[in-house]
Design a protein around this ligand. Structure first.
Ligand code: IPM
Ligand code: MG
Length: 347
C-alpha cells in the first residue's frame, strides 16, 4: 500500500512528520511512504505548485496524506502558480468530489470551544462538502466594465449529475450515522441552489429511511452557533462547505483538531487537516498535529481498509487529551513533537 506524503507549506511538514511517526508506531505491514513537494514549496523548488512528478505520485498512490498549502511569498504570483492551485488541482485531477469533514465534541476540550459548554457539549456532526464544482471551478477572470472599472467574476454552477453524486454520498453518510440529513443551500437567491434543492429532494425518494431537511446557508451558520447538537449529517456545495466547516471546527474546540477525507468514486482518497499552512507559526514547532494525525486515521479507515487501526489512533488522541495534552491553539504549551509523543505513548 503506497501512501503519498505531500507536506506542502508552513506547518504542513511539521504536522505530517508527527502523523508519520504515529503510523510507524502501528507497524502496519506493507505500508510504504513516498514524499513529493507541493504548493509554495514546489513552486520554489521547481517552478510549479503541482509538479508533474507530484501529480503522478498522487495518481499512483493508494492514498494521499496532505499537509497544507499557502505561502505569503507567493501571494503576488499569477493565480495558476499560487500554492492553493495545488490542492485544487489534485481535487480536480483525481476526481476527489466528496469531502467528509467530521466535527465532534471532545469532552476533554470542553473549555477550548468558542461556545458555552452547555451549547458545545453534544456536537457530533459530519459535513459532506462537494469538492469538484461550484464557484471554485467555474469560469473566472478580471475584465473591464463599460465604464472602464475593473471587474472580477467567478461563475457559480452545478449540473444535476454533480448534485446527484454528492447527494447520494450525503444520504449514505447519514444512513451510516443517525439517519438525518440537512442539505444547505441558498435557494432563495441562487438558481444553482434551486437546482441543488430540487435534485436532493428527488434523490430522497431512494432513501425513505433518511429524514431530510433543508436550510439556507445563512440560517445554517446561525444554527451551528446556536445549537450545533441538532445536526447529524450536512450536505452542501463547495463554497458553503468551506465556510461552514471552519465555523464547525471552532464550535468543537480548535481548527487544529479537525481532519478531513476527500474521496473519489472508487474510495481512493486524499486526507488533510482542514486548517491551513499557518505561516505565522510555521517553523516554531508549536503547531497542533492532531488534525493531521486524525486525518491519517481517516485514511486507514476509508482508503486502506484498516478501521481497527484507525480507531486505535482516535482513541489514543482522546486519551492524550484527557491526560492534559494541550498545544498552544488549545491554550497549552505542548510542542508539536510533544503532542506526537503523547499520542504515541497512549498507543
Ligand atoms: C480548505 C481550504 C482550501 C479550500 C483552500 C486552501 C484552497 O480552505 O480545504 O478548506 O478553500 O477548499
Ligand atoms: Mg477552508
Amino acid at each position: 500500500m503506497l501512501v503519498a506524503l505531500l507536506p506542502g507549506d508552513g506547518i504542513g511538514p511539521e504536522v505530517i512528520a508527527e502523523a508519520v511517526r504515529v503510523l510507524d508506531t502501528l507497524e502496519i505491514g506493507g505500508l510504504v511512504f513516498e514524499e513529493a513537494p507541493v504548493g509554495g514549496a514546489a513552486f520554489k523548488a521547481v517552478g510549479h505548485p503541482l509538479p508533474e512528478a507530484t501529480l503522478d505520485l498522487a495518481k499512483r498512490a493508494d492514498a494521499i496524506l496532505f499537509g497544507a498549502v499557502g505561502d505569503p511569498d507567493c501571494d503576488a504570483l499569477e493565480r495558476h502558480l499560487r500554492p492553493e492551485q495545488a490542492i485544487l488541482g489534485l481535487r480536480a485531477e483525481l476526481g476527489l468530489y466528496a469531502n467528509l469533514r467530521p466535527a465532534a465534541t471532545i469532552p476533554a476540550l470542553a473549555d477550548a470551544s468558542a461556545l458555552r459548554a452547555d451549547i458545545a457539549g453534544n456536537i457530533d456532526l459530519m459535513i459532506v462538502r462537494e469538492l469538484n464544482g461550484d464557484v471554485y471551478f467555474g469560469e473566472k477572470g478580471m475584465r473591464a466594465t463599460d465604464a472602464g472599472l475593473r471587474q472580477g467574476y467567478d461563475i457559480m454552477s452545478y449540473d444535476e449529475g454533480e448534485v446527484r453524486r454528492i447527494a447520494k454520498t450525503g444520504f449514505e453518510t447519514a444512513r451510516a450515522r443517525r439517519g438525518r440529513l440537512c442539505s444547505v443551500d441558498k435557494a432563495n437567491v441562487l438558481e444553482t441552489s434551486q437546482l441543488w434543492r430540487d435534485v436532493v429532494t428527488e434523490i430522497s425518494a431512494d432513501y425513505p429511511d433518511i429524514e431530510l431537511s433543508h436550510l439556507y446557508v445563512d440560517n445554517a451558520a446561525m444554527q451551528l452557533v446556536k445549537d450545533p447538537g441538532q445536526f447529524d449529517t450536512i450536505v452542501t456545495g463547495n463554497l458553503f462547505g468551506d465556510i461552514l466547516s471552519d465555523l464547525a471546527s471552532m464550535c468543537t474546540g480548535s481548527i487544529g483538531m479537525l481532519p478531513s477525507a476527500s474521496l473519489d468514486e472508487g474510495g481512493k482518497g486524499l486526507y488533510e487537516p482542514i486548517h491551513g499552512s499557518a505561516p505565522d507559526i510555521a517553523g516554531q514547532g508549536i503547531a497542533n498535529p492532531l488534525a493531521t494525525i486524525l486525518s491519517a486515521a481517516m485514511m486507514l479507515r476509508y482508503s486502506l481498509g484498516l478501521g481497527d487501526a484507525a480507531a486505535r489512533i482516535e482513541k489514543a488522541v482522546e486519551v492524550a487529551l484527557a491526560a492534559g495534552l494541550r498545544t498552544a491553539d488549545l491554550g497549552g504549551k505542548a510542542t508539536t513533537r510533544e503532542a506526537g509523543d503523547a499520542v504515541i505513548a497512549a498507543l
